[in-house]
Write a protein that binds this ligand. Structure first.
Ligand code: SF4
Length: 186
């Protein structure tokens, strides 16, 4: 991560989680986070997103740690190839569920889920105050909550790993890194 402006990119991650209180549909901005790494990878043929632009990595680097406390060793299983592949599968499944359930909501075959979920399974029963209300189709609101769930889950896991081990432990198992490595190895 470059110094200067790049070290302030974490503000985008914080802004994302604030904007969902302005209006939940702003959670769709996560699409930018999903597409930009692909754009940079194809353009530069290297992981320039991870190296220079990722707001989440910038946020993880901001988590303070005591210099006196020795770093805990990262368990080998946590950053193993098997775990990396499971995380990719989990996010693929998440995207699949989010897309299919959005289609079902749009067809009127399923009620929209209007709460975030942690790790797909655990509903987070919070009533998000909305400072700006917008009348948009239910399927779009449902999709917004699904995107928020993905962003919230990965950010919370990343922060927990940063506190437990090293700041960018999440980067070792992040699906963006795994898929980028697979693409570059071809
Ligand atoms: S591995 Fe993931 S969290 Fe880390 S810099 Fe790349 S995209 Fe960001």
């Amino acid at each position: 991560m470059k110094p200067g402006i790049w070290s302030r990119l974490w503000l985008f991650t914080v802004a994302y989680f604030i904007l969902v209180f302005v209006n939940i549909h702003l959670a769709l901005l996560a699409l930018i986070c999903f597409t930009l790494p692909v754009y940079f990878l194809l353009r530069d043929q290297r992981k320039s997103w991870c190296q220079s632009y990722c707001p989440r990595a910038s946020l993880l680097m901001k988590i303070p740690r005591s210099k006196k406390q020795p770093l805990r060793p990262i368990p080998a299983w946590l950053v193993s190839e098997k775990t990396r592949q499971w995380v990719v599968r989990y996010f693929a499944m998440n995207l699949f569920f989010a897309s299919m359930s959005t289609i079902m909501v749009s067809l009127g075959r399923m009620a929209p889920m209007l709460i975030p979920r942690f790790l797909i399974l655990f509903p987070v029963n919070v009533n998000l105050p909305q400072f700006v209300s917008l009348e948009l189709p239910h399927w779009l609101t449902h999709l917004s909550f699904r995107f928020l769930s993905m962003m919230m889950t990965s950010t919370l896991i990343g922060i927990a790993l940063a506190i437990l081990y090293r700041n960018r432990t999440w980067c070792a198992i992040c699906p963006v890194a795994t898929l980028s490595d697979q693409y570059l190895a071809k």
